[in-house]
Structure formats: structure tokens, C-alpha cells
Ligand binder design. Structure first.
Ligand code: PLP
Length: 349
């Protein structure tokens, strides 16, 4: 792609003479149409536009032009991290578990002291209409509530109206069948007040993920100060012990995962069939967890990802667990063909 403000293009004797020292001349866009033309050039050069639609309350509508999918720099979420977010997946033209995610979204907003610019029913309607406008049949819907644009101060007092943003991301995903490796995170986990609300301050999560990738692992596991298992950087974690009990760390210090909660409900079917003995939301020590027969990540886009090794030690026999896959099948079936309370049809036009 032509880049008119590339370093080499702009290095000139003139700019040195202009006294800026570095020899780098910053381009000044003479008009918004010149800028837009450049942005269109960028987006036209990509093979497939990954974001088919965005909603912005600051614009007051749905945007289909990726060049205009922007948020204001003076938004309190951008420069102070004063925002919350959530997701939902779009699978085969249905929004899965949107209501559970929306409930958590509004709980997060309330804990972050952000009042929504719209009532819940309007937020939900915007998300459904946005999904329809996107024409996307498989992907993710991500949305944010922010204290809104205003000034650059710490207090949100200068931000008169909160903001709601949402975007649809065209993404392919399928049931995970291969097992992955994990490592214990050395990055400190967030304090419960912040870990239990899905706010945009994900720096510890990002650093923890980078650490895992550097160690050749898929992701990391957080252990809390008392030595109990917490969660992964953007997923919950679950275990099956040798007594065939499904164990998930309790949600008092971590994010209460919508997928993990649904898994707890669906797993009762395996209890009825006698394949699982019990299903528990409980605290587990590292020793108990590392000695489990099976281990898995649980989260919206997975929905279950088998874990076969932790800190280079095998989990169980080091192979993808049978009960892990039975749980994965239950969740995947629920996503593909579950009841309509869980699956909202997108009214595409
Ligand atoms: C920190 C954290 N834990 C757990 C989860 C899993 O939650 P869910 O199943 O709702 O995607 C997420 C993702 O939202 C997360 O960011």
C-alpha cells in the first residue's frame, strides 16, 4: 500500500532546515476528504473486511464503512480505562446467550459507575439490529459502555453523556478437539473488585497471555494469593477429578463466565447419565488442580478447550479427556441447536 507519510518519503533537507531536528516531516491532512481517501485506500487493500458493521452512540447509528469505525480520543474509556465490555457469539445466524452477557455487561457498568445512555431493552435491540445489518452469520459481537467523551481529566464529571459502542467481527470458529499446554502466570492477578467486573483494563491479562506464548503455551492460569486456582486471561478453567466430579473455581474473585455457568447447568445431564458424579463451584488448590484427571478452558468462543499439560507436567494421562469432550459436545449442541432462550435469531433483511 502507498503510504504518503512513510518515514523515507518525508525525510527531507527542507524539514531539517525547518528546525524539527529529526528530519521527519509530519503530513498535515488538508481536508477530511483527503484523510478519508487515504483510509479507504487502506481498507480497499485488505482481502476481506473483518468488521462488517459498528454501532456508535456518539454517531447515533450503524456504520458500515470501516474507515469511519472510530471512537473519540477524549472518551474516558480511551485515556482512563473507564469502560466495560462484553461479547456474544453469532453462530449460524443466531446470537448465543446474549441475555446472559447483557446482564453481566450491565452489572459491570454499575460496578464501574457508568450509567447506560439507553435502557437494557434498547441496548439489546441495537445489538440485534447491528447483527442483522452486518449480514454476519458466524462471528463475534463485542460491545462497550463508556463514561463517554468529554475532557482529558481523571474525573468523568466533564463527560456529559455515556457512550455505547458495538462491533461485529467476522470470525470462523469450530469445536476445539486438540489439547493445549498452559503455564502458571507470574503476572499478578487483578484484585477481586476489578476481576469480577469486565472492565477494559486488561493489561495484566495481556501480559499474562504474552508470558504464556513466550513459554510456548496456549495461555496461562492465575493462582490467587491464597493458593487457589482462579482463571485464565480471558477464559474460565474447569477440572474433572478422579472421583468424576466437575469442579469450577467459585466466582467470588474472578469473572463469572457465561459459558462456565451454562456448562454447570448442562453438565447435570452427564450426572443423570451416571458419567459424572457431581458438579461443583468450589475452591481448588494448585495441588488438587494439577492432580486432576482432566482439565479444560471454558469461554464464549471455545466453548471448551481441552488442556493436556500444565507447567510441562501432563494432566491425567496427557491426552484429551473423554468427559471434557462430552462437556464440549453438550455446549456445542446448545450453541447450534439449543432452546430459543439461549439462541436469538438475527432478523437479517
Ligand atoms: C477474565 C475472563 N474470565 C473468563 C471469561 C469467560 O467468560 P465467558 O464465558 O462469558 O466468555 C472471560 C471472557 O469474557 C474473561 O475475560
Amino acid at each position: 500500500m502507498e503510504n504518503s507519510s512513510s518515514y523515507s518519503d518525508q525525510k527531507s533537507g527542507d524539514s531539517l532546515e525547518a528546525g524539527n531536528g529529526s528530519g521527519f516531516q509530519v503530513h498535515v491532512f488538508s481536508s477530511s476528504s483527503e484523510l478519508l481517501e487515504k483510509l479507504h485506500e487502506k481498507w480497499n487493500s485488505v482481502k476481506k473486511q473483518p468488521y462488517p458493521a459498528m454501532y456508535s452512540s456518539t454517531f447515533g447509528g450503524i456504520i458500515l464503512d470501516p474507515a469511519m469505525m472510530v471512537i473519540p480520543i477524549d472518551d474516558h474509556m480511551v485515556h482512563r480505562g473507564h469502560g466495560v465490555f462484553d461479547t456474544a457469539i453469532i453462530l449460524n445466524g443466531y446470537l448465543y446467550e446474549l441475555d446472559a452477557h447483557l446482564d453481566r455487561f450491565l452489572r459491570s457498568a454499575s460496578n464501574a459507575r457508568i450509567s447506560s445512555p439507553f435502557p437494557r431493552s434498547v441496548l439489546r435491540s441495537i445489538l440485534v439490529q447491528l447483527s442483522a445489518a452486518s449480514q454476519c452469520k458466524k462471528g463475534t459481537l463485542r460491545y462497550w459502555l463508556s463514561a463517554g467523551p468529554g475532557d482529558f481529566l481523571l474525573s468523568p464529571a466533564g463527560c456529559p453523556t455515556s457512550a455505547f459502542y458495538a462491533v461485529v467481527i467476522d470470525e470462523d470458529f469450530s469445536q476445539c478437539k486438540e489439547g493445549v499446554k498452559v503455564v502458571t502466570s507470574t503476572v499478578p492477578m487483578k484484585a477481586p473488585q476489578f476481576a469480577t467486573m469486565k472492565n477494559v483494563n486488561y493489561l495484566p491479562n495481556v501480559l499474562s497471555q504474552m508470558e504464556a506464548e513466550e513459554k510456548g503455551a496456549f495461555a496461562s492460569i492465575w493462582v490467587d494469593e491464597e493458593g487457589y486456582i482462579a482463571e485464565g486471561p480471558n477464559v474460565n478453567v474447569a477440572f474433572i477429578n478422579h472421583d468424576k466430579e466437575l469442579l469450577l473455581p467459585s466466582f467470588d474473585k474472578i469473572l463469572s463466565g457465561c459459558t462456565a455457568k451454562r456448562l454447570l447447568e448442562l453438565a447435570s445431564k452427564l450426572v443423570e447419565q451416571g458419567r459424572l458424579k457431581d458438579v461443583k463451584n468450589t475452591n481448588l488448590t494448585v495441588e488438587e488442580a494439577k492432580g486432576a484427571a482432566e482439565m479444560m478452558f471454558v469461554g464464549s468462543t471455545l466453548p471448551v478447550l481441552p488442556i493436556i499439560s500444565w507447567d510441562e507436567q501432563p494432566i491425567g494421562d496427557g491426552k484429551v479427556g473423554e468427559l471434557t469432550m462430552a462437556l464440549s459436545d453438550l455446549l456445542w449442541d446448545d450453541m447450534v441447536a439449543g432452546p430459543e432462550v439461549q439462541r436469538i435469531p438475527v432478523p437479517y433483511v
